[in-house]
Design a protein around this ligand. Structure first.
Ligand SMILES: *Cc1c(COP(=O)(O)O)cnc(C)c1O
Length: 367
């Protein structure tokens, strides 16, 4: 026997993971709290989803439907998809992890872009793989930079479109160029968590590509526009062979009954989603204009959040703005972990929260 460590050791890679730090929930001050740190919906969930959730709470002794059949049927109906090729996840994060567990192992590489969603790096390292980062241009994914980094060992490319925390997006032509440039053994994951918010003619979430290409899977979430983040619900759409692999690895009852019921009601409530889209359009525009007028740079966003850049001048920095805002009840998201220490991400809130944040920022900059 080889001498072993004095206590059990995780696999190589696990201790390289920097734990994901969620958006702060608590402010330090006594003022009313406006939580604008996790891109949650200011409109909350659809009243129909809330009713379905309450109804599901009456009987709790039975296991959920492990195949989420009714939920998949509802998603398929609303989006015009084949229900057999949908997989539901405990948040879309679970689907990203399942992809990593199924397709990435020690010695394998997976690519994501410089300011891409942090969950990709965690999922790759947890699977024992090697993360490969492709630099961005103008805080936007650079397709050529990704393609240049593909090797024989590349197994997966993760692309958030639009991306969090930058709010930028790739036109669908660029996504298609990326897919066309990848060798057939590489799986392209299109994470479209914010798809519903995008109002651009050249954008597509990737439904068509996931339906037709043998190496593309699209992920979606109920955490953002549906306002159901607490229930943890997401879904993926892809080729039958990919969905089959993911289904073998996922927990047999990964979606609880209440989440299934609320998800079905929510996805069918199109008029509620329209309200959320209209609210976001209006206030994202307002917030962007007002903050730009204060002399700060705001990266043009197509999502339900904006990235605000601060000067390095002491007294005017992002870190100091973060403390100043949270002490006054407005909690934004510091994005130093994304390599953006000079910026803060602000989720679009309700009118009161948006006005409060802009007002406090004005006060901060003139102090
Ligand atoms: C919020 C977000 C998700 C959604 O995660 P869930 O696990 O579904 O809550 C996925 N991808 C990105 C880029 C996100 O910002």
């Amino acid at each position: 026997m080889q001498p072993q460590s004095t206590h059990p050791q995780p696999r190589p890679g696990i201790l390289d993971i920097a734990p994901y730090v969620p958006g702060k929930a608590m402010s330090t001050g006594g003022a009313k709290l406006h939580k604008l740190s996790s891109n949650e919906s200011p409109l909350g969930a659809s009243p129909k989803a809330l009713a379905a959730y309450r109804e599901a709470g009456v009987d709790l002794e039975r296991y959920p439907d492990g195949s989420s059949a009714l939920l998949r049927a509802a998603i398929a109906e609303v989006h015009g998809l084949n229900a057999d090729r949908i997989i539901c996840g405990n948040g879309s994060d679970e689907i990203l992890e399942l992809v990593a567990r199924c397709y990435i192992g020690p010695g394998d590489e997976a690519i994501y872009s410089e300011y891409g969603f942090l969950v990709y790096k965690i999922a790759i390292l947890a699977a024992g793989g090697t993360p490969v980062v492709a630099p961005e241009r103008n805080l936007t994914t650079d397709v050529d930079a990704i393609l240049e980094r593909v090797t024989d060992r590349t197994k997966v490319v993760f692309l958030a479109n639009p991306n969090n925390p930058t709010g930028t997006y790739l036109p669908f032509d660029e996504v298609k160029r990326l897919q066309a440039g990848l060798p057939p053994h590489v799986l392209l994951v299109l994470d479209a968590a914010y798809a519903e918010y995008v109002r651009r003619n050249d954008y597509e979430a990737g439904v068509e590509l996931a339906a037709t290409a043998p190496n593309v899977v699209m992920t979606r979430t109920f955490s953002k526009i549906h306002g159901l983040a607490a229930l943890r619900l997401g879904w993926g759409y892809g080729p039958a062979h990919v969905i089959d692999a993911l289904n073998r690895v996922r927990g047999p009852f990964n979606i609880n009954t209440a989440a299934q019921a609320a998800g079905i009601a929510s996805i069918r409530d199109a008029s509620f989603l329209d309200l959320a889209i209209a609210h976001n359009e209006k206030w994202r525009g307002w917030v962007t204009e007002e903050i730009t007028a204060l002399g700060l740079t705001v990266t043009p966003s197509v999502g339900n959040f904006v990235l605000i850049h601060f000067p390095e001048t002491p007294g005017k920095t992002a870190a100091e703005a973060d403390s100043y805002l949270s002490a006054r009840g407005c909690v934004l998201r510091a994005v130093g972990a994304y390599g953006l220490p000079g910026a803060l991400r602000m989720s679009i809130g309700d009118e009161e929260a948006n006005r409060a944040t802009v007002g406090i920022l004005k006060e901060y900059l003139s102090a």
